[in-house]
Design a protein around this ligand. Structure first.
Ligand code: 2BA
Length: 104
């Protein structure tokens, strides 16, 4: 069993969760905020069998905007007033081994 944690951009979150559910995955979506740009994003928790992880990553990749977004401007709420130019990717994915999984 694995727990996949995927941070996706707000604009892609509905498409990604919809695609995951359509492909049979169980998903929990939480609202989150990126620490650098202070923009809203979504953090998805998906528990699945090891053998399903690769196809899960493919589903996420296909449901996100393919082109990384270039944001130019100062990150909000920082002391640094300098504009920044960063490429925001479709998704950042972590795969964690699960010791125990129960649905009670
Ligand atoms: P943010 O933290 O708001 O980061 C937005 C984008 O700013 C990042 O895009 C990256 O291109 C850039 N960036 C972030 N931290 C930076 C730093 N210390 N110096 C220079 N540039 C920096 P992505 O890498 O696509 O990340 C998108 C969002 O995914 C992040 O939003 C954050 O919410 C999450 N994320 C990415 N990597 C993470 C990690 N290692 N741990 C936890 N969350 C992560």
């Amino acid at each position: 069993m694995r727990l996949v944690v995927a941070v996706v951009q707000d604009r892609d979150s509905q498409a990604v969760t919809g695609a995951l559910v359509k492909h049979g995955y169980r998903v929990t979506k939480g609202s989150s905020t990126g620490g650098f740009l202070k923009r809203g994003n979504a953090t998805l928790l998906i528990g699945c069998e090891d053998s399903m992880v690769e196809s899960l990553v493919t589903v996420i990749r296909n449901a996100c905007e393919p082109v990384a977004e270039l944001v130019t401007g100062p990150p909000a709420n920082t002391a640094v007033g300098m504009p920044v130019s960063v490429a925001v990717r479709g998704s950042t994915v972590f795969v964690i081994e699960v010791e125990r999984y129960e649905r009670l």
